[in-house]
Design a protein around this ligand. Structure first.
Ligand code: PNS
Length: 162
């Protein structure tokens, strides 16, 4: 059985992420979406909130499950036995970042392979940061996050961290 993880901070999950997860689910028998900490980002949603939102968004995808892990990606890979990391690549600027992550992960654990899927051009501009910013200022996030979590995200992020 082929397995991969789709790690990320998902603060919150967007339809761009969902596109990558759906496509990974066609390529691999099992996909584990893993919510992790990114040391460079301060998140607004807790790990459990992010995980719950993804679980709802991925309900219809039979071979996708969701997990959360607060340590190093390589430790998660070793503990779960999943050594293929799938991430989305939007533009050239993403490449530098993803290249660095992939390289450090392979330095720590040579068995890890990173597979980068090109983002659908429809979602090239989309990011969790953009969704958070819009939602915090009362902007409409319809079409940017999965419909089934839209109201929850909109309410939760409206007015900042409360
Ligand atoms: O969605 P993101 O923020 O681009 O995902 C980045 C993430 C969370 C996958 C990355 O920061 C990560 O692997 N975090 C876990 C901690 C870790 O292993 N860091 C070492 C790589 S520098």
């Amino acid at each position: 059985m082929t397995r991969c993880m789709v790690p990320g901070s998902f603060d919150p999950i967007t339809i761009g992420h969902m596109d990558i997860i759906t496509r990974a689910a066609r390529l691999y028998d099992e996909v584990v979406v893993t919510v992790m900490h990114n040391a460079e980002k301060r998140t607004m949603l807790s790990m459990e909130e992010r995980r719950a939102l993804i679980e709802r968004a991925a309900e219809g995808l039979a071979n996708v499950r969701v997990d959360a892990f607060s340590g190093l990606l390589v430790d998660y890979a070793r503990a779960s036995g999943i050594y293929v990391v799938v991430k989305g690549l939007r533009r050239a600027v993403d490449f530098e970042y993803e290249y660095q992550l992939a390289a450090v992960n392979r330095h720590l654990e040579p068995a890890i392979e990173t597979v980068l899927l090109m983002t659908d051009t429809r979602y090239n501009y989309l990011s969790s940061t953009l969704v958070r910013d819009l939602a915090m200022h009362g902007g409409d996030i319809t079409g940017l996050v999965p419909d089934c979590i839209k109201d929850t995200v909109q309410k939760r992020l409206a007015g900042g961290n409360s």
